[in-house]
Design a protein around this ligand. Structure first.
Ligand code: DOR
Ligand code: ZN
Length: 348
């Protein structure tokens, strides 16, 4: 196939940040994706509807006038979140979901909830609202091995929760393990998962290839090859429970290459190309469109994008970085082979 055309994809999980960083990274996402579910882990986090609407306005103010990109906003669940706020979120067409961060699990999660299971009232309100609960699915128990965090969260928290709240709609975000893939495959259609390009292309060896590789560090951390294969298998299966979510999470180089480097992989500039590479390697290019452009809107109850993008077959590496020095953003898959490239990737 020399080139393929697919319905314009959406990104169902992205960190757009705020301020100068927002201005730098937004064009990559807005130039390629039709819509994106914008994560609320700013500092301070996006807890109230009015915070989300203001954040949305800041995003829109940075877009070119003719841009059709639509940011889909989320609220950050914290101890301050009330049932009334959830109801208000459900009434706002701008807010599409609620995000659960386990306290201490990742960037700006200090105001997340300690244990989801302790928040029955809130969960009932979320279930009633019909808004999906987006789950960062990792336990933060100090005795838990880092590589077991997702598996243990699934066993101890997520599986019981999905059983107890039969009307709750859940997206298990950025899944990384064979167990998570199997759970979502077998669960009812109200349970879905996003998968990142890095978890489809790399296993945890990539973190230690010839030395420590901070730009391959994200959370949940890369897992074993058996896990990667299980993710590729479900992503390319045609199962509508799995869809595209880049988890693109930029941190300046100085913050990544440090004694305590931040978690996050900046993949927005080549995300579609990287997914295409994973699907091509799996011999499943014909399934890319469903994963990237059909399953997400179906789960969120939104129409598919009306326009299309073209991927041209042209072997060549992707770009290495945005900017220079300590403030540069190192781009995922820099210098590695990409077989398909978005033709005319707009404004960047
Ligand atoms: O690696 C990550 N970075 N994982 C997350 O869950 C958050 C993200 C960030 O915001 O930096
Ligand atoms: Zn994320």
């Amino acid at each position: 196939m020399d080139s393929i055309e697919i319905t314009r994809p959406d990104d169902w999980h992205v960190h757009l940040r705020d301020g100068d960083l927002l201005a730098r990274v937004l064009p990559y996402t807005a130039g390629r994706f039709g819509r994106a579910v914008v994560m609320p882990n700013l500092d301070p986090p996006v807890i109230r509807v009015e915070d989300a609407l203001r954040y949305r306005a800041r995003i829109l103010s940075l877009l070119p006038e003719d841009s059709a990109f639509e940011p889909l906003m989320t609220l950050y669940l914290s101890d301050e979140t009330t049932a009334a706020e959830i109801e208000a979120a459900a009434r706002s067409s701008r807010i599409v979901a609620l995000k659960f961060y386990p306290q201490g699990a990742t960037t700006h999660s200090a105001r997340g909830l300690r244990d989801l299971a302790d928040h029955h009232r809130l969960l009932e309100a979320i279930e009633r609202s019909g808004l999906p609960l987006l789950v960062h699915g990792e336990t933060t128990a100090p005795d838990c091995d880092v590589f077991d965090r997702e598996r243990r969260f699934l066993e101890e928290t997520l599986a019981p929760l999905v059983g107890d709240f039969q009307g709750l709609r859940v997206v298990f975000e950025h899944i990384t393990t064979a167990e998570a893939a199997a759970f979502v495959s077998e669960a009812a259609s109200r349970v879905a998962a996003t998968i990142t390009p890095q978890h489809l292309l790399l296993n945890r060896n990539a973190l230690f290839e010839g030395g420590f590789r901070p730009h391959h560090y994200c959370v949940p951390v890369l897992k074993r090859e058996r896990d990667r294969r299980a993710l590729v298998s479900v992503a390319t299966s045609g199962d509508p429970s799995f869809f595209l979510g880049t988890d693109s999470a930029p941190h300046p180089r100085g913050a990544k290459q440090s004694a305590c480097g931040c978690a996050g992989i900046f993949n927005a500039p080549i995300a579609i190309e990287a997914y295409a590479e994973a699907f091509r390697r799996a011999g499943a290019m014909d399934r890319l469109e469903a994963f990237a452009s059909h399953h997400g809107p179906a789960f969120y109850g939104l129409p598919r994008n009306a326009d299309r993008i073209r991927l041209e077959r042209r072997d060549g590496p992707g770009p290495t970085r945005d900017g220079d020095g300590a403030e540069s953003l190192e781009i995922f898959w820099a210098g590695e082979k990409l077989t398909y490239h978005v033709a005319d990737p707009c404004r960047k």
